[in-house]
Design a protein around this ligand. Structure first.
Ligand SMILES: Cc1cc2nc3c(=O)[nH]c(=O)nc-3n(C[C@H](O)[C@H](O)[C@H](O)COP(=O)(O)OP(=O)(O)OC[C@H]3O[C@@H](n4cnc5c(N)ncnc54)[C@H](O)[C@@H]3O)c2cc1C
Length: 449
C-alpha cells in the first residue's frame, strides 16, 4: 500500500496500481513523495512536474493530458486567475469568482495530471526534486517552471502595503474595499482637506494596467456612484495617473499612447507624464517634489520575475528572469524548462514581453513537445495583436502596423477577453454583467469586506 494525495489536506490510501481505497491524514504523503512513491494517478512513464497553474503552466498541463507521463502541477493557489480582468474586480465591476477557475476542475479530465496545492520553496537540481514548504520533496524527471511575476516596487518594498497592486484576488479585494471605504468616509467627513484626500486616487504607472485602473476608477466615480451619496458628489473625485516616462502605453505605437492620454483626460483623469514617484506615505504620495494627499494609491508600474531563478543557481537578468534557450530549456540545466513571465526568452535579439498570450503559447508548445521523448523543437512567438482598454467605447489594438482605436477596438477587446476566460459559466456571467453595466452603469460587486 502507498499513501497518496487526493486534495490538499486530504489523503487516500492506494494499492500498488494507484487505486484509491480510503482517506488518510496529511503527513504520510510527504514521506511517500520523498521516497519516490507513486503520486495520485497511476504512474507510467516520465514524471513531469509543473510549478505554476497560471497561463503558461496550465496550458502546458492541458497539452500533456493523456500523454505517457505522470504530470504533477503544483500551485500555491487552488485557482487559475485571469489577471487581465483583475482591475475590474478592483473597481467593483466583477466578482472574484468571475475571473478565477479551480485548477483541479480545469484539469479534471486529464487523468494523468495531478494537482498539488503547495508552496514551492526550492529545487534540488542534483537530486531532481522540487521542495515544498511543508518539507515534502517531489521527484521529477522533467521540470517546468512557470511561476509568473510580481510587481516591482523598485527597491521600495515598504510601499507595497501603502500602494497595493492588482496581482491576486486578495490584492483586488483590498483595492476595492479601500476605494469604496474612502467614499463612505468622505460622505460624513466635516474636514474639507481630509474629504478631498479621501476623494483623491493616484494610479502609478502608465502601462495597460495603470490606464485600465485609472479609466475604470474614473467611470466608477462619475457614473456608478452618481446619486448614491447625500453629502458628497463622487464625480468630483480626482483620479491622477502618474507615469515616469514621456507617454502612456510605452509598449504600443506612440499614437495609441497619445490617444489613451486624450481619452483619459476627456474622462476627467489628470494624466501626469514625466512624473516620478519619490515617496509614498500613509495617505500621501510625493511626485516630482509635489506632495499629493491621497487616501488611495494604486500601483501598476513594472514587474519583476517571481521566485524561480534562485532555485536553479541565480540569474544575471535585472528583472530576475531565468534565461532559456530557443526551445525553452533553462540555459545550462538538464531537463529543466521555464516559460511565461519568469523566463527570459529572446526572439530576434529582443526579450519577449510579459503577456498572457506569450505564456500560453509557450506552455502549449512545451506541453506538446514533452509528450514525446527528446529535446523540444525551437519555439517562436506569433502575436495575435496587443490590446488595452481605457474605458467605455475606448480601447487600443495593434497588430504589426495595423492599429485600431475607439469603439471597434473596445468591442474587439471585450470579445477577446470573454473568449479567453476559462469555462462557459464564467464567459456567460461576465458577458451578462458587461451588457447590464453597458446599459445601467451599475456595478454589482460593490462590497466592502
Ligand atoms: C493587472 C494585470 C493585467 C494584465 N493584463 C494583461 C493583458 O491585458 N493582456 C496580456 O496578454 N497580459 C496581461 N497581463 C499579464 C499576464 O497576466 C501575464 O503575462 C501572465 O499571467 C503570465 O503567465 P504565467 O503563466 O507566466 O504566470 P501567472 O499567470 O502569473 O501564473 C503563475 C502561477 O504560479 C504560481 N506560483 C508562483 N510562485 C509559486 C510558488 N513558489 N509555489 C507555487 N506556486 C507558485 C502562482 O500562484 C500562479 O498561479 C496582465 C497582468 C496583470 C497583473
Amino acid at each position: 500500500m502507498i499513501m497518496i494525495q487526493v486534495m490538499p489536506g486530504v489523503r487516500a490510501i492506494a494499492d500498488q496500481n494507484g487505486t484509491r481505497v480510503r482517506q488518510h491524514g496529511r503527513r504520510t504523503i510527504a514521506r511517500t513523495i520523498q521516497q519516490g512513491g507513486t503520486p495520485p494517478s497511476a504512474c507510467r512513464g516520465r514524471r513531469i512536474v509543473i510549478v505554476g497553474g497560471g497561463f503558461g503552466g496550465l496550458a502546458c498541463a492541458r497539452a500533456l493530458a493523456g500523454a505517457e507521463a505522470q504530470v504533477t502541477l503544483v500551485d500555491r493557489r487552488n485557482h487559475h486567475l485571469f489577471q487581465p480582468l483583475l482591475y475590474q474586480v478592483s473597481t467593483a465591476a466583477l466578482s472574484p469568482a468571475d475571473i478565477a477557475a479551480p485548477i483541479r476542475r480545469v484539469l479534471a479530465r486529464a487523468r494523468n495530471v495531478d494537482v498539488v496545492l503547495a508552496d514551492v520553496t526550492g529545487v534540488d537540481t542534483a537530486g531532481r526534486t522540487v521542495k515544498l514548504a511543508d518539507g515534502a520533496d517531489l521527484p521529477f524527471d522533467q521540470l517546468v517552471l512557470a511561476t509568473g511575476s510580481a510587481y516591482n516596487y523598485f527597491a521600495h518594498p515598504e510601499w507595497a502595503p501603502l500602494a497595493p497592486a492588482p496581482k491576486s484576488i486578495a490584492d483586488a479585494r483590498t483595492i476595492r474595499a479601500r476605494l469604496l471605504r474612502a467614499f463612505e468616509e468622505a460622505e460624513h467627513c466635516g474636514d474639507p482637506g481630509r474629504r478631498a484626500a479621501l476623494m483623491t486616487i493616484v494610479v502609478v504607472g502608465g502601462g495597460p494596467t495603470g490606464v485600465e485602473m485609472a479609466g475604470t476608477t474614473a467611470e466608477l466615480a462619475r457614473y456608478t456612484l452618481r446619486g448614491d451619496f447625500r453629502h458628497i458628489d463622487p464625480a468630483a473625485a480626482r483620479v491622477i495617473l502618474v507615469e515616469a516616462g514621456p507617454r502612456l502605453l510605452g509598449a504600443f505605437p506612440e499614437k495609441l499612447g497619445d490617444y489613451a492620454a486624450k481619452r483619459l483626460r476627456r474622462m476627467g483623469v489628470e494624466v501626469r507624464l514625466g512624473g516620478a514617484v519619490e515617496r509614498i506615505e500613509d495617505g500621501a504620495v510625493v511626485v516630482s517634489g509635489e506632495r499629493i494627499e491621497a487616501a488611495n494609491v494604486v500601483w501598476g508600474a513594472g514587474i519583476r520575475a517571481a521566485e524561480g531563478a534562485a532555485w536553479i543557481g541565480g540569474t544575471d537578468d535585472r528583472g530576475g528572469r531565468i534565461a532559456v534557450d530557443g526551445n525553452l530549456a533553462v540555459t545550462g540545466q538538464r531537463d529543466i524548462y521555464a516559460l511565461g513571465d519568469v523566463a527570459l526568452f529572446r526572439q530576434d535579439g529582443a526579450p519577449l514581453p510579459a503577456l498572457a498570450q506569450v505564456a500560453q503559447q509557450q506552455g502549449h508548445h512545451l506541453g506538446r513537445a514533452l509528450r514525446k521523448a527528446g529535446p523540444p523543437p525551437p519555439y517562436r512567438y506569433r502575436t495575435r495583436g496587443d490590446t488595452a482598454v481605457i474605458g467605455r467605447h475606448a480601447a487600443v489594438y495593434v497588430y504589426g502596423r495595423f492599429t485600431l482605436t475607439g469603439r471597434a477596438a473596445w468591442l474587439l477587446w471585450s470579445i477577446v477577453h470573454v473568449y479567453l476566460l476559462i469555462g462557459f459559466e464564467r464567459r456567460a456571467s461576465v458577458m451578462a454583467q458587461w451588457i447590464w453595466r453597458y446599459f445601467t452603469f451599475e456595478r454589482g460587486a460593490r462590497l466592502i469586506d
